[in-house]
Design a protein around this ligand. Structure first.
Ligand SMILES: [Zn+2]
Length: 234
């Protein structure tokens, strides 16, 4: 079952990873909280998250005086988790450190076979491709944006089902021997990545005009970003 290490909500400890779990659980239960809308899973507790906890406590837990706080092993977390898919909690943590298999699983089901094809094609050409990022959270995206490593606050890497289950439409692929180093070998790898990505019907970040995102491939053209963001409930 879902576990949190500290309390989340009004006056809670609000550790970011715990907040993420609660926001996703609330979204899983959003049908019970009408007319509330899906919460942004941003790992931060604000008025909307607290309000959603209170509505859930009043309606589902049956508390007459909701306190707006979810405690570890308390009644609220038990009720929240009872309704939710056990699959959700496995998607927390640093998605860069997930296994390759798990990173593949974090991709959209139509995008995933194309990425597998791409990885195999690169291996056949003698490269050692590594899926560096499949899905990543909006919180991680904000960090990358602040550091100038990404140009967007929401990317196809962040796409998810409204429940919070990853559904990424982008992947970052490097050769594990070279990563982003500047060498002739790296250039050869990027070129091969671009060629094979296009053969697989994908869009390649090396084709961007203003910001070369060499390792990046995606399923849709950039014009689809707003639609994917909306479909993600973000
Ligand atoms: Zn990327």
């Amino acid at each position: 079952m879902s576990t949190i290490k500290g309390s989340v909500g009004k006056g809670g400890q609000n550790n970011p990873l715990d907040v993420e779990i609660i926001q996703k659980l609330l979204n899983r239960n959003i049908g019970l909280l009408s007319p509330l809308r899906l919460l942004k899973v941003d790992r931060r507790v604000g008025p909307q998250t607290i309000n959603a906890i209170e509505v859930f406590q009043r309606r589902v837990v049956g508390m007459q005086r909701p306190d707006g706080r979810v405690d570890p092993n308390g009644k609220t977390i038990r009720k929240l988790a009872a309704q939710a898919q056990p699959a959700l909690e496995q998607w927390t943590g640093d998605s860069r450190k997930w296994s390759e298999e798990k990173k593949l699983q974090s991709l959209n089901a139509q995008f995933r076979p194309k990425v597998s094809t791409l990885l195999n094609a690169l291996r056949l050409r003698g490269f050692q491709p590594k899926l560096f990022y499949g899905w990543r959270s909006v919180a991680v995206q904000q960090e990358l944006y602040k550091k100038g490593r990404s140009k967007v606050r929401f990317s196809f890497h962040n796409a998810q089902a409204p429940s919070g289950v990853p559904n990424a439409y982008a992947a970052d692929i490097i050769d594990k021997r070279y990563a982003w180093s500047e060498s002739e070998e790296t250039q050869k790898f990027w070129k091969a990545l671009g060629e094979e990505a296009k053969k697989a019907g994908l869009y390649w970040g090396g084709d961007w005009v203003n910001f070369k995102d060499w390792a990046h491939v995606q399923f849709y053209p950039n014009s689809a970003l707003q639609r994917v963001k909306q479909e993600s409930g973000l």
